[in-house]
Write a protein that binds this ligand. Structure first.
Ligand code: FES
Length: 111
């Protein structure tokens, strides 16, 4: 499936360990900066499908959902203690521009 590169943030506005949520029509993407690397994944906790992960707390690469404490490895989206997994996106940085790869058919759903 063809993918397109979509801008989601300015690197200079991201703060280490603090998440932001980027609204993209019918989807929110959570963006975290950790040790200079940007990680992006759908802002939807698989436990109760609530868009709160950008508000979670980060300890190393482990993100804890603020609702009921499920934890995820932000490097691959894997749930630490259950079988769930986040939808992660490949992140690219070009200077101050941060982009993700998105399947071509979802391109129209972005801004
Ligand atoms: S909604 Fe995230 S742990 Fe329950």
């Amino acid at each position: 499936m063809a993918e397109t590169r979509v801008p989601i943030a300015r690197y200079s506005t991201l703060r280490e360990g603090a998440g932001i949520s980027v609204r993209v029509r019918d989807m929110e993407v959570a963006v975290f900066l950790r040790d200079g690397t940007v990680y992006a994944f759908e802002n939807l906790c698989p436990h109760q499908h609530i868009p709160v992960l950008a508000e979670g707390s980060l300890d190393g690469v482990v993100l804890t959902c603020p609702m009921h404490g499920w934890q995820f490895d932000i490097t691959d989206g894997r749930c630490v203690h259950a079988s769930g997994r986040l939808r992660t996106f490949t992140v690219h940085r070009d200077g101050d521009d941060v982009c993700i790869d998105l399947p071509e058919e979802e391109k129209e759903a972005w801004w």
